[in-house]
Write a protein that binds this ligand. Structure first.
Ligand code: ASP
Length: 298
């Protein structure tokens, strides 16, 4: 049984299969490869893009999606998460997609080996499908030539599961990473670190901007995010006429992470990331629910 807790569980061959499938699906929607399969979603944290993207992806493949609203579920009545999960699995879903504030929740549930578990975001540890769609967006934009690409990750890196997953995945593809953040947002790392974007703006091909993860801060880190924006917001002034592409996993805090003008600028790939997310998630569902089960079911 194959799970997706983070992308290090995937071989390079599987990652290339995901990229290729996503590319094909974007060109032409496939037949309903997962007709009548049932997926359950279990989102313990807010989500706009990821949950709906999984749902669209599943439906494009002919699968059904059942959403459990954890704020109304029995975990609220004292049932353990493992028991809730085991009860859901007793209904024989084909996969469970989970988002949780704890880093190890998806791996704990995956270890129960009841059903393929797909991590849709866990604490500040991992968000594998976001990393895959980010890689796909780069791979598509740069015509498959991602090795040696220079990507600066900017913002609240230490609290970002997107940054954590991107860093682990991008390194496997030879992407050169730099981290740009004020000290409280900088993780302990051996990657090149900068405090200001201006220091490296001439040496990057892509800026990956991140939102300040306010919900993960135990106490407020900055009183004034406008002051933070003066140094970290991606603006027209900063980019000037450079051909630097701009990405962001969303939700974007306008004029704090990225300015209004740059969000509308052709250099922004933010909506391409969202669009690509559906095809990448279709490819992930195909891999986990179809391809990797083929050998085990006969
Ligand atoms: N949507 C992404 C996540 O769930 C990024 C963010 O929330 O800032 O981690």
């Amino acid at each position: 049984m194959q799970h997706l807790v983070d992308t290090d569980q995937l071989s390079l061959e599987q990652i290339f299969a995901i990229l290729e499938d996503a590319r094909r699906f974007k060109e032409k929607l496939p037949p309903p490869l997962l007709r009548d399969r049932v997926l359950m979603t279990l989102f313990f944290e807010a989500s706009t893009r990821t949950r709906s993207s999984f749902e669209v992806a599943a439906k494009r493949l002919g699968a059904h999606v059942v959403h459990l609203d954890p704020t109304r579920s029995s975990t609220k009545k004292g049932e353990t998460l493992e028991d809730t999960f085991a009860n859901l699995c007793a209904m024989d879903p084909d996969g469970v997609i989970i988002r949780h504030s704890e880093n190890d929740t998806p791996s704990r549930l995956a270890e129960m080996e009841l059903v393929p578990v797909i991590n849709a975001g866990a604490g500040n540890y991992a968000h594998p499908t976001q990393a895959l769609l980010d890689l796909f967006t780069l791979w598509e934009w740069f015509d498959g030539e991602v090795e040696g690409l220079r990507v600066a990750i900017v913002g609240d890196i230490v609290n970002s599961r997107v940054a954590a997953s991107d860093i682990r995945l991008f390194r496997r593809f030879g992407i050169e990473l730099s981290l740009v953040a004020p000290k409280p947002f900088m993780p302990i790392t051996n990657l090149p670190q900068y405090e200001k974007i201006e220091e490296i703006i001439d040496e990057v091909d892509v800026i990956m901007s991140l939102r300040a993860q306010l919900e993960r801060h135990k106490k407020p880190i900055f009183d004034d995010y406008e002051e933070y924006a003066r140094h970290y917001c991606v603006t027209e002034d900063l980019l000037d006429d450079r051909s630097v592409m701009v990405m962001h996993p969303g939700p974007v805090m306008r004029n704090i992470d990225i300015s209004d003008e740059i969000l509308d600028d052709p250099r922004s790939l933010v909506l391409d990331q969202v669009r690509n997310g559906v095809y990448v998630r279709m490819a992930v569902l195909k891999l986990l629910l179809l391809d990797s089960r083929e050998g085990t079911e006969s």
